[in-house]
Design a protein around this ligand. Structure first.
Ligand code: TRP
Length: 352
């Protein structure tokens, strides 16, 4: 089967290291392998508006920020089609046909929507667009007949709902869609990286993110003040690894070669963890090690970003061209859908 890969991000802020390990790294590996027919990365501006209706600027200004983050992290526009959701109007038409196939109760049961509703205090004020965004996300995926969707685990309910919608459409009107599958990051620690303060999620509003574009000083300062084990007071105290942000980040970023380079007293992360748990290893030493790794990972990204920032007009040109291409592709699907739905007045006219 032809592999069509699609994924996306809401443009509500710069990308941080949680995005890097949770999605960017997987995308780079896919790109490197090159085993696909088409690889789409969608900037989900319309989806971001479903809970930012009064902050359109925040969304539109962040589109270029996210694209700069992609490109500087190594997403290659020759190998991927990065496009802007709102520039593909077919997606909305597809969404509206799907809306008739999903109940409001089912939308309210979607676990991701449920937790987002409570996080945003939307209990009685949910915008209809917000409640329906899983349907529009299904349109994003199915419009391109994408079958591989690399995402974080918080997106699994969306893919599940997309499969249901595809099935319902197929059984109601006739086969148009193949069912997509989610692909999760391979390392468990990467599915959701905690914030530097130890909170479950990195989020701009909590101020607990390390951004891909952070300066060397910002990175160091954030790592040195990161949450570890509050009971690990003296160096000789035994320390806890669970919930210790510094070790979680090491799980996500550290390779054995880093030890030879920066901390040759240890062979690998298991040895370091054992020593920390036994006692006798101070937080500062571990944090400085993590800092070395993060600087090595993020400084090439920062340098590339500075170059791309000189070429903003070319980047927009690429986005416009790609969005047109995506629009043509989505149109083909829309025509197929209408054909199956017998929503084709031209045929009626011919029959007379
Ligand atoms: N909901 C995704 C997020 O919040 C963004 C997104 C929109 C997406 N459409 C998509 C992801 C289609 C994968 C496929 O990050």
């Amino acid at each position: 089967m032809k592999k069509i890969i699609l994924t996306g991000d809401r443009p509500t802020g710069n990308l941080h290291i949680g995005h890097y390990v949770g999605s960017i790294r997987t995308r780079l590996a896919i790109q490197e392998k090159g085993d696909y027919e088409k690889f789409y990365i969608m900037i989900a501006d319309t989806q971001a508006l479903t809970d930012n209706a009064k902050n359109v600027d925040k969304v539109t200004n962040n589109v270029i920020q996210v694209v700069l983050d992609y490109l500087s992290a190594g997403i290659d526009p020759e190998k991927t089609c990065i496009f802007i959701q709102s520039l593909v109007p077919e997606l909305f038409e597809i969404t509206s046909y799907f809306m008739n196939l999903v109940s409001v109760a089912r939308l309210k049961r979607n676990p991701t929507v449920k937790s987002e509703i409570s996080m945003r205090g939307f209990e009685n004020t949910i915008p209809a667009g917000f409640l329906c965004y899983p349907i529009s996300q299904a349109a994003d995926i199915l419009a391109f007949n994408a079958n591989i969707i690399p995402v974080g685990n918080d997106q699994l309910p969306m893919i599940e709902q997309t499969r249901e919608i595809a099935n319902t459409f197929n059984s109601t009107y006739g086969e148009v869609f193949t069912l997509p599958n989610a692909v999760l990051p391979e390392i468990k620690a990467c599915e959701r990286l905690p914030g530097t303060d130890g909170k479950l999620k990195m989020s701009k509003s909590l101020g607990n993110c390390i951004y891909l574009k952070d300066s060397a000083e910002e990175i160091k300062q954030k790592i040195m003040s990161a949450y570890t084990d509050p009971d690990h007071i003296k160096v000789s105290d035994p320390g806890k690894i669970e919930g210790n942000v510094v070790f979680t980040y090491l799980d996500a970023f550290c390779k054995d070669e880093h030890f030879a380079k920066y901390l040759p007293d240890y062979k690998n992360l298991d040895e370091l963890k054992n020593h920390y748990q036994k006692g006798g290893l101070g937080d500062v030493k571990v944090k400085l090690f993590l800092n070395n790794i993060m600087q090595e990972t993020l400084s090439p990204i920062r340098e590339k970003r500075a170059q791309y920032e000189q070429n903003i007009d070319k980047i927009y040109e690429m986005l416009f061209k790609n969005s047109e291409e995506a629009s043509k592709e989505a149109r083909k699907t829309l025509e197929k859908m209408k054909e199956k739905m017998a929503l084709n007045y031209k045929n009626f006219a011919k029959k007379g």
